[in-house]
Design a protein around this ligand. Structure first.
Ligand SMILES: [Zn+2]
Length: 442
């Protein structure tokens, strides 16, 4: 396939594609900066650089502004398939135009055993591993791909070779669109296989940063709809997709019979989901559906949010990466202003999490609650443990931990060393192997 085949519909250029977006995104009145509040028209180029005014001082993402006040958070329409599109009236796209695989509506499970162990018996787990591609990224992809298709884009692209790439590839396949996943040489593992299975074109580049340059050029020259960051410093992913994460807040409140958790804790990389979660809670609050807001906690790896919170600044510094994290999905040296804002506004916290406890927590969660989570997805439990120890989180607090992805996603990083793979020659040998497990033989 040549460049033409990867252009937008009818070979439209990027600017034509944007012009069309004006008509298509009828719900969106424009965009505004999450930091300075500056307003921009609907046809502003979403080029991953964020707000033009803030770019030099403290780069910040944009967010869509809707045309009229909507009754956010309350399901408007019965979706017979069951999906987050029950909340279509709060999203940038209609139910009828949605590209859906039945995402969202994941369970909020009480987790008393691990909760007790962490000193927070009122612990609940929002299990996002139940989404169609086994991660929370489906909330982003369903909205981004729906809008992209409506705008006439023919090619969707991302620089993620992890959960976001796998999710985007699936939704592009569902929508009948081409998907390009720019990755870097040496990327391996189950997620890359997953991306390929959905039929996405994988472009491995030796230099990690070249991925962004390639996507930025393709967006401006060929009209590719790029959902991931493709500019440094990162401000976050495409603002349209981030809207999908608001539905996590709607569901948490709905599943708690209107009760608001004291704390919501989640793994944070660029903070798209944290930012969307916060937007969702704020919408519910503004509309009077809830009477208070939760405090948010970012479980991070290299500490850029903790550092910016401590220093009271808006511009996040790139942190030195002192170790190779097992939580690869969130291993960025620098998060974003949108995440910082959500933490500040909610009087929340950021907790750096190292590798020490991750494998144990993964095992503990699986064995005590029956939930097998990706290694990045168990970082919230390490953060809860730390904040409980510091008595920031109280024993009686209601805490929601967002488990963002399934443990099958990074199985190559968490082999079970205790497994012997022994095969027994006789039934007697098998009985013999159970002799130490008296609780099974009584
Ligand atoms: Zn700004």
């Amino acid at each position: 396939m040549g460049p033409r085949a990867f252009g937008s519909a009818n070979g439209m250029s990027g600017s034509l594609c944007q012009t069309q977006s004006k008509a298509m995104s009828s719900r969106i009145a424009g965009f505004c900066c999450v930091r300075c509040g500056a307003n921009y028209p609907t046809d502003i180029e979403i080029d991953s650089k964020g707000c033009p005014s803030c770019q030099l001082s403290a780069p910040a993402n944009l967010q869509p502004v809707y045309k009229q006040s909507r009754s956010s958070g309350q399901p408007q329409r019965h979706d017979p398939q069951g999906s987050l599109w029950r909340h279509a009236s709060s999203l940038p796209c209609t139910f009828e135009d949605a590209v859906s695989l039945g995402e969202g509506d994941t369970p909020l499970l009480q987790a008393p055993t691990i909760g007790q162990a962490l000193g927070v018996p009122n612990l609940f787990i929002k299990d996002e591993g139940r989404n169609p591609t086994w991660s929370h990224k489906d909330r982003f992809s369903t909205v981004a791909v729906s809008v992209a298709r409506n705008q006439g884009a023919r090619v969707i692209a991302t620089a993620s070779s992890g959960n976001a790439g796998a999710s985007l590839a699936a939704y592009a396949a569902r929508a009948g669109l081409e998907c390009i996943v720019a990755t870097f040489a040496g990327t391996a593992g189950p997620m890359l296989s997953q991306i390929r299975k959905y039929g996405a074109v994988v472009l491995p580049l030796v230099n990690k940063m070249d991925r962004w340059a390639l996507l930025a050029e393709a967006a401006s020259r060929l009209g590719w709809f790029v959902t991931s960051p493709c500019h440094s410093p990162v401000v976050g992913s495409h603002p349209i997709g981030i809207e999908g994460y608001k539905t996590m807040a709607y569901e948490i409140v709905e599943q708690s019979n209107g009760e608001v958790p004291d704390w919501c804790v989640m793994p944070v990389c660029y903070g798209d989901a944290l930012s969307g979660l916060w937007l969702g809670f704020k919408e519910l609050f503004a509309l009077g559906h809830i009477d208070r807001l939760p405090k948010l906690v970012a479980a991070e790896v290299h500490g850029s949010l903790s550092d910016a919170l401590a220093r009271g600044v808006d511009r996040l510094d790139e942190q030195e990466m002192l170790f190779e994290t097992l939580a690869v999905s969130i291993g960025t040296p620098r998060s974003t202003y949108q995440a910082l804002k959500a933490l500040r506004e909610s009087s929340g916290r950021a907790v750096p999490v190292n590798n020490d406890s991750l494998l144990d927590l993964q095992k503990q969660l699986a064995r005590s609650e029956g939930i097998f989570a990706e290694l990045a997805s168990v970082t919230p439990f390490a953060a809860i443990h730390e904040l409980r120890k510091q008595e920031v989180i109280s024993a009686n607090d209601r805490v929601v931990a967002v488990v963002t992805a399934s443990g099958l996603k990074d199985l190559d990083r968490s082999p079970d060393a205790s497994e012997t793979h022994q095969t027994f020659q006789t039934i007697e040998d098998a009985w013999q192997s159970l002799s130490s497990r008296q609780n099974m033989l009584g």
